[in-house]
Design a protein around this ligand. Sequence first.
Ligand code: FES
Length: 320
Amino acid sequence: MNEIAVRVAKKTREAQDINAYELVAVDGESLPAFDAGSHIDVFLPNGLVRQYSLCGGPPQQGRYRIAVLRDPKTRGGSQAVHDMVHEGDTLRISMPRNLFALSDGMHASVLLAGGIGVTPLLAMAYHLHARGRPFELHYFARSRERVAFLSELLTGAFADQVVLHLDDESPAGSQPVRELVASLQASRPDAHVYSCGPAGFLQHVSDTLAAVSWPAGQTHSETFTASEPVTGDSFELRIASTGETVVVGPNETVVAAAARLGFDIPVSCEQGICGTCVTRVLEGVPDHHDQYFSDAEHAANDQFTPCCSRAKSRLLVLDL
Ligand code: FES
């Protein structure tokens, strides 16, 4: 994996529990260009590796900007960033990768941000604005204090295309996602909808779009929070090179089971996003729980993400 050494040039408080970090290359060169929707792996001082979307616009040319919500419910990555990463520090990051790319064309793009999920959508908004493509950015948050990049959004170049939906300023019983989707259906049925946020928010958006049969090809989403660990029935795992087998318990991952046989599968996100752990499957049918592979790649069943995916068959033989 190509890694880049960066320095934290700027750390700013962007909203309640949200900090933004501007990263520059330690060698003074511009950082590689990235497509809107991209994310990077950040190698944290405590050994964790976490993925953060790049959310910079033209003012951050040649730099990367990420924003991080301190979330005590997660596995320690966000707290490490808030507590251990300071201006002037150096970090290692990966090259940008994009699993949430914008679709080409002059159709309308409707960007739905749930909380800190605004980060990739902000980069998309800058991209769409620069190309004169029609779009709206809808930001859903509990209160104004929790809206990251508030003044940038409300006074910036595309301020008139930003709509805030704040729980504490909305009339009781309002259903903003439902109303928005109904209006899209009536006025812009060719629009592409991009959503990013916590799993519950994405589910709500997905259910609302499904209720009006919104075309799957015009729906794009990315989550960022660790989902609940995937559990399921036990199954047998065989290592092809040695023939050794081990039972993967209902609450353990394939990575953990393989480690008991001395096979350390490299991991990063541990939630099926980054692809670091991808392993070839020689026999058996994986039960895919990742967001890394396409539907066609899932259907091929010849590789899987052992950090979170399991088996539909009683035996899985891995090319290890
Ligand atoms: S570690 Fe990221 S997909 Fe498995």
